[in-house]
Design a protein around this ligand. Sequence first.
Ligand SMILES: [Zn+2]
Length: 388
Amino acid sequence: MLEQLAHIGRDPKTGGYVRDAWSAADLELREWFAGEAGRRGLALREDPNGNLWAWWGTPSPERPGVVTGSHLDSVRQGGAYDGPLGVVSAFAALDLLRERGVTPAVPVGVACFSDEEGARFGVPCVGSRLLTGVLPPERALALTDDDGDTLADVLKRAGREPGGLGRDDGTLAAVGTFVELHVEQGRGLVGEGRPVGVAGAIWPHGRWRFDFHGRADHAGTTRLADRDDPMLPLARMVLAAREAAERRGVVATVGKVRVSPGNANAIPGEVAAWLDARGADEEAVRALVAELSEGAQVREESWTPVVTFDPALRDRIARAAGGDTPAPILPTGAGHDAGILAAAGVPSAMLFVRNPTGVSHSPGEHAERADCEAGVVALADVLEELCR
Ligand SMILES: [Zn+2]
């Protein structure tokens, strides 16, 4: 299945993936998901927020299902595993349950969440945040991409109905438990010498947009003293973020900058930059952002408090996934749809598959075939345990 996806949204120059939400690549990935659901006789449904669900059995509020899955979109120039490994493993684990002759006592669902990475509109986990109501639909619809198109424009162009966005209790009620398998974004499992692990907690994390205003002018004829160059406060902010992160024991990143008008021979008039900050200690992350925000124009685009996965479910899953010795439990600095669902009160858990280099959000992201297969077996064991 990963080979079937290998060409979709791939940049031939870098080998990286560009799978923005609602782009041609994303629509092709959605088609692929529908095809896999159909091939297995699963009932396919796209909810009003654009999340895809493939059901084996029919869930109801009285009989909610065990759901597994992840996302198919990517960061720009991302790797092949972040997201797709969880969706592919979900279908493969379902196949394995059927091969084993398991008759689940509750429905089993495969989910693909919409716009997990937020590569296009700047807000991550849009599909699951809308579903659970933490992202108001008015705010989501007004988000703009680099071309100035709003999410509402983009949805209409994709043949979707933007008016349907928002908290969806009916869809949520069908999810009794959610388990997301994901490639590890770090080297915890390398250290443990194990192919599969279980998430303990997700660090609190957020994104903030900084706007710096200046005056566009000629790069040659404008005297230094006469300039109002918004690039300078940006530069100071980037360096201050690094220094404050080190001092406060958290991580901070400026990975996206929009410079306007963006001419090599002109002083920019406007600069927008996005700060991503995370850490084990919520207070420390908040303090870093407060420090950088002094005197700046800042807007919080997303904030996710610490997510501690249900310890009883986590331990049950670690036993089911570990074979003879329970799977190791790892913290993570990466946000996931499973974290959004957990925060909304859906019992949720995550499995991680070993990543030899720990590299993620880059074409260098990798997982060995044998480890991916171990992940599928572990996920099937977990589903079998949960759908008894
Ligand atoms: Zn992911």
